[in-house]
Design a protein around this ligand. Structure first.
Ligand SMILES: [Zn+2]
Length: 332
């Protein structure tokens, strides 16, 4: 099937040497701007021969470590010291980032459920399609920086998936390890359909994701893990000189075993009793859901079904059926 051409134009030539900043020009006809354009910043740093890395932040708008660290990286990169090509988009879902929301306020598009996108679809689908049709094919390595957003908080981690290709899996694991986050996670996705991850892996690209923190905020710690991780990845792929700077505490190789995810079964107020990063054993209490309008009712306990580390936790107090309350990771 021939690939339909993207209707998104760009002001950048990805073949130019040096450091260049430009925009993706996405048609956006709306009430305030009849013949308007959504301008999504994109940058390209290129020098000589070497691999191409596609680096994405703000795939979800309310996840800020990636957005900030990509901006910082673009400021400090000197093309003369650089080898290969970096194509970077600090905020892929720019309207969502501006609105401090996970999904786009323009079309309710969840960018990370929109791949491979559509050239004639909604704005979110068109951006996803541009990445899939125009940028991913140029890349050897695709890095998509996520955090927990408003509803989740994570122990900072670099993330990969189980892959059919053993060689690719080994190369991906080496890169994830080089990122040097506190946890290097083999994640089992709940909903891989439409993810940028899946699109990149299906295209045969070396793909790395992250969960770097969350609660729609950043901390000095999560930003420093991200800044160091990006430098480490560029060094790992020999795009920057030097060796990856690994943290004093070595990264912990973990996965999410069967039973790792704990979902809420009811409406109520969630009281976590384990801190993020805390060690838990199967059967340990993770938290309780309280019933504000039924004070006579006893709270419902939620217990760990596997042993490991509390890798991820719900942020908000209010919870509804189906919310992820906790994710436990276990040592590989
Ligand atoms: Zn995300």
């Amino acid at each position: 099937m021939p690939v339909e051409l993207s209707l998104i134009a760009t002001t950048l030539d990805y073949e130019d040497d040096g450091k260049h900043f430009g925009h993706l020009l996405v048609p956006n006809s709306n009430n305030l701007s009849a013949w308007g354009t959504l301008m999504v910043p994109v940058a390209c740093v290129k020098n000589g021969e070497g691999p191409t890395m596609l680096l994405i932040g703000g795939n979800h708008g309310d996840e800020y470590e990636g957005q900030i660290s990509v901006l910082k990286l673009l400021q400090r990169l000197d093309p003369a010291e650089f080898r290969g090509r970096l194509i970077a988009i600090p905020a892929l879902n720019l309207p969502a980032a501006r609105a401090d929301t996970r999904i786009s306020p323009i079309d309710n598009g969840n960018m990370n459920r929109s791949f491979p996108g559509h050239p004639r679809g909604t704005i979110t689908q068109r951006i996803a399609h541009y990445v899939w049709a125009e940028l991913m094919p140029r890349a050897d390595v695709v890095v998509d920086l996520h955090s927990g957003g408003h509803s989740l908080n994570f122990v900072p981690s670099a993330v990969m998936h189980e892959l059919d290709d053993a060689g690719m899996m080994e190369r991906t694991a080496a890169a994830v390890k080089a990122f040097g986050a506190p946890i290097s996670l083999m994640l089992r996705e709940l909903d891989p359909i439409g993810m940028l991850d899946t699109a990149a892996e299906d295209m045969g690209k070396l793909f790395i994701s992250t969960e770097l923190g969350g609660a729609a905020m950043v901390t000095p710690e999560t930003i420093s893990v991200t800044d160091r991780g990006l430098d480490n990845l560029l060094k790992h792929f020999e795009m920057l000189p030097g060796r990856p700077a690994l943290p004093n505490t070595p990264t912990r190789m973990m996965n999410t075993p069967e039973g790792a995810f704990t979902m809420s079964r009811g409406n109520g107020l969630y009281e976590p009793v384990v801190d993020l990063g805390g060690e838990v054993k199967a059967g340990d209490l993770l938290g309780r859901v309280h019933f504000l309008e039924e004070p006579e009712r006893a709270p419902v306990p939620y217990r760990a079904t596997v042993s490991g580390v509390l890798y991820c936790r719900r942020v908000q107090g209010w919870t509804a059926p189906g919310d992820t309350l906790a994710v436990i990771s276990a040592d590989l």
